[in-house]
Design a protein around this ligand. Structure first.
Ligand code: BDR
Ligand code: CA
Length: 312
């Protein structure tokens, strides 16, 4: 089983990813670490605790950073994910609390307990991961992999002409994560936008699973309104699930090795740059950067059917 910690800002597609992790037989969801982004870190922490209760699953929750490393914080994405981050669907608050350790310390300690065994799947801004690297650079040698939903490599961004939201929310953190020598797998908008889950998909999911399927379907209705009004898309894009599912179904992704970097100032702030392996550059800086993996395409039909079957 894959031992996974999801670093998350729930978030509608975050919720879809958490539900997938709990439902998938090959995943042992160890913990949720929370981060600001779609909502504040306190709201993300409350949502994480409430979702685990709703799904009837026990896992640690560690509260993370409340703001970016360097920049002033950006407004949260309430217009995308609703005032509560969960598409304005109310689920009972949890009586449980987060661990005493913050997210970065939690990541440091868990990877010491289980060196080489933990995959971190980061589906929000990368501030917690950067903090963990700053406090203990050796963590890079102890994680199995770091799967990230973020960036836009060969296509426009979703918050600026070049930037994707998770990276744009803390470009300095993203740059630290990409510059570190741990195996990063990036699921940028290039791959995530290939999959659109339709209203029909969610109607079927709700019928197949009146509890989890219904919750996801109810939340998806809010999410779909955003996609319809902003992009004319009929349905919604399960961004965060697609970073996570790389760990279980890597074969359905088209992937390329290469270096990753983030622009940290100016008009292009938050842009993710990918330099494919073997592509010569005159600037030597690219030759020195660690090699990671970018996911660039996917068999979308297979993915949608697989998500349905896993949840239902
Ligand atoms: C990413 O931004 C957030 O709104 C989503 O949860 C996802 O992680 C997509 O750009
Ligand atoms: Ca997210």
């Amino acid at each position: 089983k894959h031992k996974i910690i999801i670093d998350t800002d729930p978030g509608i597609d975050d919720t879809m990813a958490i539900a997938y992790a709990i439902a998938h037989p090959d995943i042992d969801l160890v913990a949720l670490t929370t981060i600001f982004g779609n909502v504040s870190v306190d709201e993300a922490t409350d949502n994480a605790l409430a979702l685990l209760d709703y799904f009837g699953y026990e896992a640690d929750v560690a509260r993370g950073e409340s703001r970016p490393l360097v920049m002033e914080p950006k407004p949260h994405s309430y217009f995308v994910h609703g005032q509560n981050g969960l598409g304005e669907i109310e689920i009972p608050k949890s009586s449980k609390t987060a661990t005493d350790r913050d997210a970065a310390d939690y990541l440091i300690e868990k990877t010491k307990e289980m060196p080489g065994e933990i995959d971190i799947c980061a589906v929000g801004p990368l501030t917690n991961l950067a903090r963990a690297l700053e406090r203990d650079p050796m963590i890079a040698d102890r994680v199995k992999s770091v799967c990230v939903m973020g960036g836009a490599v060969y296509r426009p961004g979703n918050v600026s002409p070049v930037a994707e939201a998770n990276i744009w929310n803390d470009p300095h953190a993203a740059e630290e994560v990409f510059a570190a020598r741990w195996p990063v797998v990036l699921a940028p908008l290039d791959v995530t936008t290939k999959v659109v889950l339709s209203p029909h998909f969610f109607a079927d999911l709700e019928e197949a699973d009146p509890r989890v399927g219904k919750l996801l379907s109810d939340m998806a209705r809010f999410y779909a309104r955003f996609y319809r009004s902003h992009s004319g898309i009929n349905g919604c894009i399960p961004h965060d699930v697609m970073a996570l599912a790389y760990l279980t179904i890597p074969g359905v992704y088209m992937q390329k090795r290469g270096a990753l970097a983030t622009v940290t100032d100016g008009l292009g702030i938050g842009q993710t740059i990918f330099n494919p392996a073997g592509k010569p550059t005159v600037d030597p800086v690219w030759g020195e950067r660690p090699q990671h993996t970018a996911l660039l395409d996917i068999d979308a039909g297979f993915f949608a059917a697989h998500y349905f079957d896993t949840i239902a």
